[in-house]
Every structure is written in C-alpha cells, then in structure tokens.
Design a protein around this ligand. Structure first.
Ligand SMILES: [Mg+2]
Ligand SMILES: [Zn+2]
Length: 199
C-alpha cells in the first residue's frame, strides 16, 4: 500500500485570484492565472522524494454556479499538472467535484445537486485511496480550509492545515475536534517538514 499526500488546489498549491478593481476573489479558471504559492514546489518535492504518492482533490463549483465551464476547469487542472511536471513533480491522480448543492444562474443543472464528493464530504479522498492503493493511516490530506480537514478526517487520513495567521475565519479550532489538524504550517514547505518529522 502507498502513502498518499492529497492536496487541495486553491490556497494550497496555487493562489486564489484577486481582482483588485472589484475586491472579489475567485478560483483560477485559466492556465495563465496559475500562480504557485511560495513553498508549494519545494514541499511537494520533499514529500515525493520521501516516497509519498501525490494527488489533488479540489472543489470547483463554478460550472454548477454558472461562473465558468467544465472545459475551463479541466483545462486549468491539466495546465497545473503539466506545470508541476515541469518542476519534476508527478501528480498520480486528480479528483475534482464540480457539484454545488444549489447551483446558480446559468449553471449546469445536472451539477446543481448534493453529492458525496464535495469537501467536507470524503468521496474524492476515498476514491483516491482506492485508485492509488493508499494506506489511510499513513496518508495525509493537506489543505487551507476547515472543509479539507473534515474531509480528511472523515476518510481516516491524517490532516495538515496551511494556515496564514491573517485568515482567522479559517481557524480550525472554531470547527471543533474534527478540524484540529495533525500538522500545520504557513507554507507547503513547512507542512512537508512537519509531516516528515511526524512520520
Ligand atoms: Mg483551498
Ligand atoms: Zn461532487
């Protein structure tokens, strides 16, 4: 069985997209918006070198909400995998949930429904564990949101939180015991160091 490191995408590997004009934030929806976060490549490489199999699990409700197309999500994810490959990082599998419980105007109605894959549900993680023959007890879910921690815990993985001190709305302590991470750090590099120290 393999040790998996399953990463969230936005706010974990790549930055969210900020529109300074309107003050809004969004997920990257085009390859030219990919901005790898500080420490992301180094952290992923350290885990890969230590024998972890790397995977990504990302909620992308944009198509259900009518914000972007399914093709845009897939193109952006493919570009991220290719960009990481250029850095010598192999992503063994990527799972994406494009559902949203209520959807939005102009959204794909087939995607506007409850599902078992949208984090904090563990569906994408359990799929990755079975696809990649993962050992949950020795595998990690790494993300920047409480939903990532809850999904990881529900899939019986260890959990790590990328935590920037100015994002108090994400404080894991607000969600109760299921959201207290097994490791935390300000960057993926810090997280990798903590994970490798813990194992
Ligand atoms: Mg995130
Ligand atoms: Zn889903």
């Amino acid at each position: 069985m393999n040790r998996l490191a399953i990463f969230d995408r936005d706010g974990t590997i790549i930055d969210i997209v900020r529109d300074e004009e309107t003050g809004t934030i969004a997920s990257a929806f085009h390859p030219n918006q990919l901005r790898l976060l500080t420490g992301a490549v180094a952290g992923m490489r350290a885990l890969q070198d230590a024998g972890f199999t790397l995977a990504i699990a990302t909620n992308q409700p944009g198509p259900a909400k009518g914000q972007i197309s399914v093709a845009a999500v897939e193109r952006t994810n493919a570009a991220l995998i290719s960009r990481l490959a250029d850095e010598g990082i192999r992503i063994a599998a990527l799972e994406v949930c494009m559902h949203h419980p209520t959807g939005g105007p102009g959204g794909d109605v087939a995607l506007a429904r409850a599902c078992d894959c949208r984090k904090p549900k563990p569906g994408m993680l359990t799929t990755l564990i079975s696809r990649l023959d993962g050992d949950p007890a020795r595998s990690w879910m790494i993300g920047d949101a409480v939903a990532d921690l809850e999904a990881g815990r529900a899939a019986r993985l260890k959990t790590a939180l990328i935590f920037a001190g100015n994002r108090c709305e994400l404080c894991p302590l607000r969600g109760g015991p299921s959201t207290i991470p097994d490791a935390s750090g300000a960057t993926l590099q810090d997280i990798a160091t903590a994970i490798l120290r813990a194992t």
